[in-house]
Design a protein around this ligand. Structure first.
Ligand SMILES: [Zn+2]
Length: 342
């Protein structure tokens, strides 16, 4: 089969299209014919090296939707011919976190396309219990955005931020692939959405996604703008998808008494939080949200099926154009997400 293989960390050109054997599913696993795979930050961070622990060579790609073409013994819960989306977190199912439903914290967690081969390929083998069956109305292209993008933002809005109706939710990085879907997810939770974007370039798309107010972060002082738009109080919720030292400090400043900050990016270097009297004296909460568990994938799928969240697929590329797709992603040419269709 054809697959995009990373043999050395570095620029997009280090990914090569190769002929490799079709993977053999092990007990409990299914073989999928890949229908679509998303192109996003985890993959480009992994490809550059240093931040994600993986061994090379590796077939890239997570955020996979496809069709079940083979089932190994003990592969239960799905049937041949079914269309499925794959949870990225391959969890053990037995540790204290898995048993309490927090599979994203599994002590033996393996990421598809990271610690095991992924979906930049015609076929991929994955554990059957990490597959969620798709309704006919949801395409592979839309579904592949769930594991890395729509599932995590649904989780962040509902569980991390616990958004309640009519609360003000600030989405920092609202024009990015995560952020523009978070605008929609926050609206589903009933929030009044304040979108914080670096420039006005994608303002129309952010507004179309459901933002009520837009503030521009490159002008500085945007936390003050948030306060002005919230009657001087600050927001009840901030979701920071950029998570640099600068945005995190502004995110805290934009947070009102009792507010909740959810960190959705990589931690910056340097100190962000000094003496946290802001947490104690006005009962603020800071939490993190690293990825979607199976339950979040199921929730996100239901929201897409019911038309309450729209998967924003900007462009589809063939498998051999993986290099161009990642280049376009890193050049910020993509509004929403790009996908590969092997
Ligand atoms: Zn576990």
């Amino acid at each position: 089969m054809r697959a995009v293989v990373l043999r050395q960390f570095g620029p997009p050109e280090n990914m090569t299209l190769e002929d490799v054997p079709v993977p053999k599913p092990r007990p409990g696993e299914a073989l999928l014919r890949v229908g679509a795979v998303s192109v996003d930050l985890y993959q480009t961070v992994l490809r550059r090296g240093g931040a994600v622990h993986v061994e090379l060579p590796r077939i890239m790609g997570n955020g996979i939707a496809g069709k079940v073409v083979e089932l190994a013994p003990d592969a239960n819960g799905i049937a041949l011919g079914q269309r499925v989306v794959v949870c990225n977190n391959v969890s053990c199912g037995d540790c204290r976190y898995c048993r309490s439903g927090r599979d994203t914290l599994c002590v033996d967690r393996k990421i598809v396309g990271g610690q095991r081969d992924g979906g930049y390929a015609e076929f991929v083998a994955v554990p059957a219990r990490d597959c969620v069956v798709l309704p006919d109305s949801v395409s592979f292209e839309d579904a592949c955005l769930i594991p890395n993008t729509i599932g995590p933002v649904v989780k962040a809005c509902s569980h991390g931020a616990r958004i309640r109706p009519a609360e003000n939710a600030v989405i920092v990085g609202a024009a990015g692939g995560m952020g523009i879907h978070a605008v929609q997810a926050a609206r589903v939770c009933g929030a009044r959405v304040i979108a914080a974007t670096r420039t006005a370039r994608n303002e129309d798309a952010v507004r179309a996604a459901g933002a009520d107010v837009i503030v521009t972060t490159s002008e500085g002082g945007w936390a003050e703008q948030v306060r002005r738009h919230t009657g001087g109080w600050g927001a009840e919720v901030v979701l920071d998808f950029v998570a640099t030292q600068e945005t995190l400090q502004a995110s805290l400043a934009a947070l009102g008494p009792g507010g909740r900050l959810v960190i959705m990016g990589y931690f910056p270097r340097g100190s962000v939080f000094e003496t946290p009297t802001w947490a104690f004296s006005e009962e603020r909460t800071v939490t993190g949200n690293r990825s979607a568990g199976r339950r979040d994938v199921e929730d996100a799928l239901a929201l897409i099926r019911d038309g309450r969240i729209k998967a924003l697929v900007h462009k589809s590329y063939p498998l051999h154009a993986a290099v161009q797709a990642q280049r376009a992603f890193e050049a910020r040419e993509i509004v929403g997400r790009a996908v590969l269709v092997p």
